[in-house]
Design a protein around this ligand. Sequence first.
Ligand SMILES: Cc1cc2nc3c(=O)[nH]c(=O)nc-3n(C[C@H](O)[C@H](O)[C@H](O)COP(=O)(O)O)c2cc1C
Length: 246
Amino acid sequence: MDLLSSHRSVRKFIDKPIEESLFQTIVKAAQCAATSSHVQAYTIIRVKDKENRKQIADLAGPQVWVEQAPIFLVFCADLTRLESACHQHKLGAETGWAEQFVVATVDTALVAQNLMVAAESLGLGGVFIGGIRNDPEKVCELLDIPENAYPVFGMCLGYPDQTPGIKPRLPIDLVLREDSFSGIGLEKKASEKSLDAYDQTCRDYYLNRDSNLKDQTWSRQMADFMGKVTRPHMKSFLEKKGFFLR
Ligand SMILES: Cc1cc2nc3c(=O)[nH]c(=O)nc-3n(C[C@H](O)[C@H](O)[C@H](O)COP(=O)(O)O)c2cc1C
């Protein structure tokens, strides 16, 4: 409980390598995540090559921590092993279904979150990197990611050289309902009040944290986020990789 409640993304690392055996232990623990129908539809690429790291760091932002982190991983949703199983058993593969996209993407997210928690439990810190989807085609080219696999996000890991404040999450009464989506939960007025209070909590957090101070509320940030198109290339990219065709 303490570990989960003290999560914060870490973007600055001390210059200390992570022992190979420790890393393997973390990956093995991460693999124990639940997986839809036992498909384990993911592949994790550890990017060691310096030039590739630099190029990925640049296209992701730039985000210097991608270059500097002792470990940088790219998590791919991956249906290629399942296709191979079909070939092995001389059976046809039904590919391109939206459901398979969901299954592979969820599996990838679960193993990644497990990996983050396992790493944190051993004193490491890290951050997910969705920024790699700024140019997913380039990431595929650099890392040789084939059709029926795609890079979902990256992850930096290392021993923390910072202790950022813990970012407040939504009040539980806004995210937990009983019996139906709108069911026993908060009345509209109470829910607006709860959100206002959360906005204020986030505002205080952003005004008082150690770096990147800003006067911003959560709802305003979300309105800005939803008000602009982000990565419009994703649909055609996924289709090109064989996902989401039907
Ligand atoms: C899928 C995903 C992608 C993310 N991408 C980035 C990223 O590209 N760069 C970054 O600095 N943080 C990234 N983050 C970290 C989030 O900004 C961070 O988790 C969120 O603001 C909450 O902060 P906390 O993790 O410190 O609690 C990502 C997180 C997730 C789950």
